[in-house]
Design a protein around this ligand. Structure first.
Ligand code: GLN
Length: 366
């Protein structure tokens, strides 16, 4: 027998369903994700720290949870909402059900929710605060608590690496500044032979330069990009000195470091089917996305940045590059995981950028 549970929104809307995962109930900003596969990678993406995900795909958990597909050591989101949770998964790689994994990591959730109506509500209203309760009598108090729940602030400190570590390779030396990175960024760099040093997000410029990197990457991560202001200066000093590539939060921080500004979107982009156009080649990629903030187009005019990619759904900025320095960034996820690999080529372009920067440096020094 499944126990009943309620999903409550700050505007007083209540969805009745069944308890899923942990009984230690949490609150958070509720966002929707439109991916049709890859729930394990999505759930373990540190950029969702403190948020509650509702999946628009109606059946979640059917191939279970396996040892290898986590994008971080442990999921750090505050809840999962599904239409139907499969409790008896079938896959040779599966070692746990979704429900067991959620109990293990203390992630609460609910199944049996009309996720279609919930998603339409979020699209109309914008993201909302939400929480769970198993007791009908507590709904009114929960609504009050949700109204005063603070905005996400500095979740990066919860998910960035505590100390540096190396994922070895025999190619270019890359420093990956970790704001809550997805593992596949490291894997993609390693696949191209790179020797990757992952460093905590507050690592100083001096410490980074001591590693003598050939290239710098700034990762994805949770929360508002403006909440990590103190680290933007480091990024500012790197741009122009060492080839630079930023992903998602890394893209936002790159833009902020050059004088642009960011804003919170109404309901963001989260899913594996977001069309993005490369304005240089005209090519359209289907991309994996997870962001609630974006860079303000008007603010780009006062910078040395150029818009390279736009979202075809709402024409928001999806990619930037510096007009003179070897530095670029994308708002979406070329590392996919989950999602299409269309924009994987950006890692190759980063390697090429390092190669030509080195060749230029050698000519100057000769
Ligand atoms: N995936 C990310 O890096 C997300 C960046 C930022 N936290 C946002 O929501 O916009």
């Amino acid at each position: 027998m499944l126990n009943k549970r309620y999903l409550v929104l700050e505007d007083g809307t209540v969805y009745k369903g069944y308890a899923l995962g942990s009984d230690e109930l949490l609150m958070g900003e509720i966002v929707f994700n439109t991916s049709m596969t890859g729930y394990q990678e999505t759930i373990s993406d540190p950029s969702y720290t403190g948020q509650i995900i509702t999946f628009t795909y109606p059946l979640i958990g059917n191939y279970g949870i396996n040892r290898d597909d986590f994008e971080s050591l442990r999921p750090t989101l505050n809840g999962i909402v599904v239409r139907e949770a499969c409790l008896n998964p079938s896959n040779f790689r599966s070692s746990k059900s979704l429900d067991e994994m959620m109990k293990f990591y203390k992630i609460p959730g609910i199944s049996g929710v009309d996720t279609r109506s919930l998603t339409r509500k979020i699209r109309k209203h914008g993201v909302l605060k939400a929480g769970f309760t198993d007791d009908e009598q507590e709904i009114t108090t929960l609504v009050e608590n949700l109204k005063t729940l603070p905005e996400l602030k500095n979740e990066v400190s919860q998910v960035s690496s505590v100390r540096p570590y190396i994922s070895t390779g025999d190619g270019y030396k890359i420093v990956l500044i970790d704001y809550g990175k997805k593992e596949n960024i490291v894997r993609e760099l390693n696949r191209r032979g790179c020797d990757v040093t992952v460093v905590p997000y507050q690592t100083s410029l001096e410490e980074i330069l001591n590693i003598s990197p050939d290239g710098i990457m700034v990762s994805n991560g949770p929360g508002n990009p403006e909440s990590v202001q103190d680290t933007i200066k480091t990024i500012q000093s790197i741009v122009g000195k060492i080839p630079f590539f930023g992903i998602c939060l890394g893209h936002q921080l790159f833009a902020l470091s050059q004088g642009a500004t960011s804003f919170k979107m109404k309901f963001g982009h989260r899913g594996a089917n977001h069309p993005v156009q490369n304005l240089v080649t005209g090519r359209v990629d289907l991309t994996s996305q997870n962001h609630g903030y974006a860079i303000d187009e008007a603010s780009i005019k006062h910078t040395d940045l150029e818009i390279t990619h736009i979202a075809l759904n709402d024409r928001s900025i999806e990619g930037l590059k510096h007009k003179t320095y070897p530095a670029f960034s994308v708002q979406y996820h070329p590392e996919a995981s989950p999602g299409p690999h269309d924009s994987n080529y950006l890692f190759d372009e980063f390697i090429e950028m390092i190669k030509s920067y080195k060749a230029k440096e050698q000519t100057i020094n000769a």
